[in-house]
Ligand binder design. Structure first.
Ligand SMILES: [Zn+2]
Length: 230
């Protein structure tokens, strides 16, 4: 009798577990976000979401993604000049492509973390998704002229649309990469608190059921570039 009950409990646990895994999987596949580069390109996660092990040792996002503003951010290994694609459709909340492509700040510059004026000297695009969230694409070498235009007109930006080219502008230690984060959207503020985000690309889901890319791993994208005339 007792054994039967144990079996029944184990059965219920198995069903709940299977359901949870299925829902998580479906959730990731249904994510409206795709990796922000073209299919066929492989790029690695230089720095992932902030994570700690059981001993409270930092295992991911330990370099700079260690506060609320960047807890769920990613640094992707995009060489300078790589097309950066919209991860999800929306409108341009803010865009700035005014800095020269070699305008970068290294960690040796004094008080960099407290000097927001220097840290803010970066080319970026922020896409508002219309649901209270926006995606931030940082450190670009240049912003696409069509995006600069759409920032003024409010025209829609499609998933896959070329936002600009990756680079190293801003606080990058002069290492080209793309900092990507989903965040709360505040029209007047380009950098707010990061939010959890998963991706629906097959290569991501195949290796992480929750759709969250892992630091140190390399991924292919399902995204397709759309180039828009200036
Ligand atoms: Zn970063």
């Amino acid at each position: 009798m007792r054994w039967k009950r144990v079996c029944a409990v184990a059965g219920v646990i198995a069903v709940v577990l299977a359901f949870t895994i299925a829902v998580t999987h479906i959730g990731a596949e249904a994510s409206p976000y795709k990796l922000p580069w073209a299919a066929g390109e492989l790029h690695s996660v230089l720095q992932g979401n902030s994570r700690f092990d059981d001993a409270q040792q930092c295992t991911s996002g330990c370099s700079t993604h260690d506060d609320d503003s960047m807890r769920f951010a990613f640094d992707f290994d995009l060489p300078e000049g790589t097309q950066v694609l919209a991860s999800r459709a929306g409108t341009v909340a803010l865009a700035n492509g005014s800095w020269p492509s070699d305008h970068c700040v290294s960690a040796t510059d004094a008080n960099i973390r407290s000097n927001s004026a220097i840290g803010n000297e970066t080319n970026f695009v922020e896409i508002d998704h219309g649901d209270g969230t926006s995606a931030l694409y940082l450190h670009l070498s240049e912003v696409a002229p069509s995006i600069e235009r759409k920032a003024k007109t409010g025209e829609r930006v499609e998933q896959g649309e070329v936002l600009g080219l990756s680079g190293k502008t801003g606080f990058t230690q002069c290492m080209p990469h793309l900092h990507f984060q989903l965040q709360g959207s505040v029209r007047a503020d380009w950098f707010t608190t990061s939010l959890p985000v998963s991706f629906s690309d097959h290569d991501v889901i195949a290796r992480t059921a929750d759709g969250v890319p892992v630091e140190g791993e390399t991924y292919d994208s399902d995204n397709s570039p759309i180039t828009v005339a200036p």
